[in-house]
Each structure stands twice: as structure tokens, then as C-alpha cells.
Write a protein of this length. Sequence first.
Length: 283
Amino acid sequence: MTTETIPVSDAVAAEALDTVAELLRGKQTAVLTGAGMSTDSGIPDYRGKGAPVRTPMNFQTFVDDERARKRYWAGSHLGWRRFRAAEPNLGHRSLARLEQHGAISGVITQNVDGLHTRAGSRHVVDLHGSMDLVVCLACGQAFGRDSVAARLEEDNPLLGTPEALRVAPDGDVEVADAEGFIIPACTVCGGMLKPNVVFFGELVPTVKFTEATALVAGAEALVIAGSSLVVNSGIRLLEQARRRKLPIVVINRGVTKGDGRALIKLEAGTSETLAGLAARLVD
């Protein structure tokens, strides 16, 4: 199969969108989204062009190294603030509109920002979890992130003084007084708390991946929006669609691991492209 790569500029945008809309029209379409989906909401894409070098938190390091855990909680709290302030963008709203009119069957997202749900999408599979929950690794109790964030700020006044925190070149956060930083514990059993997101070195929960594969299995086409497909879970879903010979459309600025396996690759931003498809597919 030969991929048709279409660089979407103003001159060819309408024609390119017409081509994709005609391909998807009348088909049950599943959508897989990645970090590029949320850049227009002010959440950075850590794998995109110009992104800073970043070392993601490893699960074993989080569990074994208290200092690393303190740094993570400090940085994660700042990230949570940003996520809370972010609003769904035109791309999120367009997918919600497409679902409401039956043009797509649901969204599988690699993002943990919750913006698809806030935009109104109902069938969302949060493949890598969601930052709005915190779980206890000992007893499994779940807590709302807001309540844990309030405890963090109460116990660590330095979180209110950004100058006490410095972002290192590797994307980690250095805490001026790491030894004195207080990290939250489970109020039920005293166990270790962790945001409900998949860390590097962790597997996607079986139930989540089963939901994602079921969505692709029931689809007649797959759209991948804003993902470079570096993460293995995304590639596995793409391969599932490819083996079934489903038409695959990739929408992304920059190279992805799925470019050679897609029927059409649109070199474009997700917001304007998905809005254009919604305008064509929704009566």
C-alpha cells in the first residue's frame, strides 16, 4: 500500500479535506489521539519539533527513590495546574460533534488531560489514565486530584512560590528544599499515592487496552490525530486496523511511525483539520 502524503496549505486544504471526508463518509470511524491534539490548548507536545529533551518518570524509580518521588510530585502538581487551566480546543470540540452525529464511534486517547471528556465526547478510552485521579498503590483507593492537590499546597507552601522550583534541562523539576518537601500518603491505609497515569515501564491496564481494541475492532476506518505513534500501544492499535485492511488516515505535523502504513497522511494541525472534516461529515 502506498501512502498519499498531502501537505495541507490554504491552497489545497479544501481538496484534501474533501478527499478524506469522502473516504470516511458512512463508515464507523474510530479515532486515536496523541499529544499534538492538545497543543492548541496550551499543553506542550514533548515529542514534537523543537520540544525540550525530557526524561519521563520511570515507575520503578518512583517507587524506590523518595527524592525522585518528591521531585515528581512537585513537577506533577505544576503540570496539574496547567491542565486544570487548559480548555478544550476546536479539535476536541469537533470530535465531540462528530460523535454526537454518529460520524465517529469513539475516541482512544494517549493523553491524560481529560480534555476530550470536557469537550463533550462520551465514548473516550483514556489509554494512559487521567491526571484527575490519584490511586493508592497499597490498597487501591482512588482520590480526586483536587483533594490531593489541596493537601500538597497546604503541606508545601513553596508550591505557591514558583521561584523555589526550577525546571532542569531534562524536563525534571528541582525542588529547593527536597528533603523538607512533604508528599501525600493514602488517608485510608497510609500507602504510597500515585497519579492515575501510566509511567514509563508500566503496562497499559488490560481493561483499558481491551476497550481500545474493541473500539478498533468495531470500526470501519481509523483516524490518528496528533500522535507520532512512538508509544507501543498506539502502534499496536494501528497494526490491528492495518491487518483488517481498514483505511487509515494520519493527521499530524511531522513524521510519525504510521506514515508508511496509512492510506492518507495529512501534514496539518489537528484543530483546523478536524473542524474541516466535521463541517463536511455532519449535516
